[in-house]
Write a protein that binds this ligand. Structure first.
Ligand code: NAG
Length: 214
């Protein structure tokens, strides 16, 4: 690599760090929810202000030419958004999974600046998990399993407790099995919701013919 190339790479790196100085925030919402996206304070003087989806798609453009202020929502958003002309924050309503992606606010005038970056994930609430058990009548060993469409965990239990188990997918959805005050709980969760199924330890013990012989 020659010297010019190194300088060039340094320049690119510097420009990149300058332009990405607005940290992006992760936001999780359920389908049907609303989200409010705010901008950094204080905002520099601008003539146009845009909220942009996934780098290219305009959600709205707002002009501030001193005397003339105009607000142009894009047709595909105008029935389900609010724009606050004082704070420049954007509210999107009735979110769908296709709204997941990157939202940026750009203020342009004498200087251009990215004043907000959000990474929005719109998720369905999780389905209820199903907890079932199998009893080995000879040994009284109990195997408990908890399932959803995509994940499952198995655990072995004795008359007192079960081994704790947890699996997750993409670090977002998780299924965990644990015992709390004599109940076996299975918790299915994602960042916007959780549902559980419960089995009483008592019930398992009753089904064991050797109960009382321990
Ligand atoms: C299930 O998991 C979620 C997310 O980790 C947590 O907020 C919730 O309290 C848990 N519920 C139970 C019953 O443990």
């Amino acid at each position: 690599m020659n010297c010019n190339m190194v300088l060039m790479l340094q320049l690119i790196f510097t420009l990149f760090t300058l332009s990405s100085s607005t940290a992006s925030s992760e936001v999780f919402k359920s389908v049907g929810d609303s989200v409010q996206l705010h901008t950094q304070d204080p905002l520099l003087n601008f003539t146009t202000f845009d909220w942009i989806f996934n780098g290219t798609k305009n959600v709205l453009r707002y002009y501030d030419l001193g005397d003339i202020r105009r607000f142009n929502p894009s047709p595909s958003y105008k029935h389900r958004m609010d724009f606050n002309e004082e704070t420049y924050s954007l509210t999107l309503k009735n979110l769908q999974k296709t709204d997941s992606g990157l939202y940026e606010a750009r203020a342009s005038g004498f200087k251009n600046k990215v004043v907000a970056v959000y990474n929005l994930s719109v998720l369905d609430p999780v389905e209820a998990p199903v907890l079932i058990y199998q009893l080995n009548k000879e040994t009284c060993n109990i195997t408990v399993s908890c399932r959803t469409h995509h994940l499952s965990v198995n655990s072995s239990c004795d008359e007192e407790t079960c081994e704790e188990r947890k699996v997750s997918s993409l670090g977002l959805v998780s299924l965990s099995l644990f015992v709390s005050s004599s109940s076996i709980l299975c918790n299915h969760s994602n960042p916007v919701s959780w549902k559980r199924d419960v089995l009483e330890m008592k019930k398992l013990k009753l089904d064991c013919p050797n109960e009382g012989v321990y």
